[in-house]
Ligand binder design. Structure first.
Ligand code: NDP
Ligand code: 2IT
Length: 452
């Protein structure tokens, strides 16, 4: 790294930390992007003079609001809702809503910041946003979740719209929650529009949106593996999480001929040396999406599997491909060293920022195929973008049409990473490639639009 870049990053980060104290996840996400794009800032002084990075880390708007609701026993609860509208340079704000007890401003800002670059990579016209609440849907009845969603939308509806800001799902927000949120939005605004994505297929949703993130993670991994003449066939895959992204990453891995041996939740992981099959996959979907149970029940149902409790993570299981699909900072330096030592050749992130900076450094030093979430999990928001197009056109595309577009988009993202991330020894630094490609697109749009 040049002396300029080194000094610029240190000064910038010191100011960012002073202005946004305690927001560790946000600092982490900005530091990663800054490290990748500092050479661009050095090469294009007009971006430096235009204070482009200073503008990008300052959200265009942040809405923080009270969400009061009543549980089934009549007790009153109050949660905090957020919508971080980070950047609208290339399209309406777009990004998911997360309901999890850990949600805070730092997590919302890191996710909205990442989303801005991810959305730019998809090739579709979408700005970056994220929202959510420190509400934990676990253990709540459907009626409680519905009341919470209705209260959340009663405030949020004034700040969103199909040409303004289009929320979708994330952790704790799936088809059920999008249904309740959409129902309340429609009622308050008296309009049936594409203001939320991830809608049910019968009421405006796109085919393949539920599958899109997990499938995209595998399509991206396929591209990475192909760059070394490899593929999924016969490989062993370790996956964390057991929610939306993990489930469909598992299914596509299986369809591509790999053996998926782990799934997890925040309590622990299951290891099934026989691997998942379609019947076990259907069981996981019923368990997690309908019964809303815990992954440990898989090991009771299938004697071939063992359960590792106490919040254990699956990274010690020997594998060729690892797909982290649960949450941020779930894979640390020691886990990364274990994966490398066990012969893992490819890590394709389904979650947002699941690998710590130390883990990323380990992967890159080992010249492993490693892709950051903003590249490999972009299939979800990409198909959300396709849902927006279908809603605007009042049309529906077939699963085959959507899948073909998803393939093309993941392949375009891989091309962008290769273009901007290939190092002198031929190693593709996907972090650098994704950050640089996303940054240049958003920065160019911001400069074109004047001082905004
Ligand atoms: P879900 O709520 O469907 O599933 C989340 C999974 O991750 C659950 O198995 C959950 O376990 C686990 N998990 C959540 N928090 C933690 C934690 N603190 N420690 C360990 N495990 C945890 O969410 P998604 O599958 O939609 O999202 C997973 C990741 O993918 C997130 O990082 C999200 O931002 C990202 N993502 C999602 C997209 C989408 O389209 N849905 C698109 C792109 C990225 P438990 O039940 O114990 O909480
Ligand atoms: O992190 C993400 O990209 C998502 N949660 C999906 C966002 C979207 O608008 O579909």
């Amino acid at each position: 790294m040049s002396v300029f870049s080194d000094r610029y990053i240190k000064t910038f980060m010191a100011e960012l930390q002073a202005r946004n104290p305690g927001e560790l996840e946000f600092h982490q996400a900005v530091n990663e992007v800054l490290t990748s794009v500092a050479p661009c800032l050095e090469a294009y002084p007009y971006l430096l003079d235009g204070k482009i990075m200073e503008r990008m880390v300052e959200a265009e708007r942040i809405i923080i609001f009270r969400v009061p609701w009543m549980d089934d026993s009549g007790a009153v609860h109050v949660n905090r809702g957020y919508r971080v509208q980070m950047n609208s340079a290339i399209g309406p704000y777009k990004g998911g809503i997360r309901f999890h007890s850990s949600v805070n401003l730092s997590i919302m800002k890191f996710l909205a910041f990442e989303q801005t670059f991810k959305n730019a990579l998809t090739t579709l016209p979408m700005g970056g946003a994220k929202g959510g609440a420190d509400f934990n849907p676990r253990g709540k009845s459907d009626a409680e979740v519905m009341r919470f969603c209705q209260s959340f939308m009663t405030e949020l509806h004034r700040h969103i719209g199909q040409d303004t800001d289009v929320p979708a799902g994330d952790i704790g927000v799936g088809g059920r929650e999008i249904g309740y949120l959409f129902g309340q939005y429609k009622r308050l605004r008296d309009e049936f529009s594409g203001t939320l994505t991830g809608k049910g297929f019968a009421w405006g949703g796109s085919s393949l949106r539920p599958e899109a993130t997990g499938y995209g993670v595998c399509y991206f991994a396929q591209q990475m593996l192909a760059s070394r003449g490899e593929g999924f066939e016969g490989k062993t895959v370790v996956i964390s999480g057991s929610g939306n992204v993990a489930q469909y990453a598992a299914r596509k891995s299986m369809q591509l001929g790999a053996k998926v041996v782990t799934l997890s939740d925040s309590d622990g992981y299951i290891y099934d040396p026989d691997g998942l099959d379609e019947e076990k996959f259907a069981y996981v979907q019923q368990l997690k999406n309908v019964a809303r149970g815990r992954i440990k029940e898989y090991a009771s149902k299938y004697p071939s599997a063992s359960y590792y409790p106490g919040g254990a993570k699956p990274w010690g299981v020997k594998c060729d491909i690892a797909l982290p699909c649960a949450t941020q900072n779930e894979l640390d330096g020691d886990s990364a060293r274990t994966l490398v030592a066990n012969g893992c050749i490819c890590v394709s992130e389904g979650a947002n920022m699941p690998s710590t900076p130390e883990a990323i450094a380990v992967f890159q030093q080992a010249r492993l195929l490693y892709s950051p979430g903003k590249a490999s999990n972009a299939g979800g928001v990409a198909v959300s973008g396709l849902e927006m197009s279908q809603n605007s056109m009042r049309q529906k595309w077939t699963p085959e049409e959507v899948d073909a577009q998803l393939h093309r988009i993941m392949s375009d993202i891989h091309d962008s990473c290769t273009k901007y991330g290939t190092e002198p020894d031929g190693y593709i630094n996907y972090v650098k490639g994704a950050n640089t490609a996303g940054f240049l697109k958003v920065a160019g749009a911001m400069m074109d639009q004047g001082l905004v």
